[in-house]
Write a protein that binds this ligand. Sequence first.
Ligand code: IDP
Ligand code: MG
Length: 189
Amino acid sequence: MHSHEVKWGTGQGGTPLNRERQRVSLVTLGEAAGLIVQPTMERTLIAVKSDGVQRGLTGDIISRFERRGFKLIGMRLVKPSEDLAKQHYIDLKDKPFYAGLCKFTSSGPFVAMCWEGQNIVKMSRDMLGETNPADSKPGTIRGDLCVQVGRNIIHGSDSLETAKKEVALWFKPEELVEWKSCMEPYQYE
Ligand code: IDP
Ligand code: MG
């Protein structure tokens, strides 16, 4: 809950406790009416690629996102078609490694996940490390768990705009689950 994001009307005076009560009921009303959206909450596509799944690293990767405090709202284990892989990596279509990358991706298995959290697009990219594991710092996923750029085990959307496109590419709206985490008050103030 971000009290500073709630715009007050006039004349709400009274004790701090009363003001807090008013704030809470206004926020609840606003949320119920769909008027208050938490503007900094983001969704991103994180995927354990086939090398990561084959190497048994799916659990470790999920665990890192859970422990960081992000919320899993969609997950699918798939063997992507070559068309889907090509679409996913469309921005790289002119690169010499594009065909091999798409072929490898479509060999599956591939764990596509949608994660939600404040500022998650940038924070998850930081968790991944650099594209080339050789440049990735220890402590990052790629810096801890892999060696070569063509086998860098994980995908993460690189911008909010890309994230929206990629989440829509891998998930139908009904495959994303809206749920309230009981830990939220201990992760966000
Ligand atoms: P990213 O995964 O860190 O966002 P991108 O530049 O979007 O990196 O590249 C997508 C994927 O293509 C990389 O994760 C990697 O698997 C593969 N890739 C990128 N550069 C190379 C390369 O030089 N050789 C082989 N594969 C590459
Ligand atoms: Mg990328």
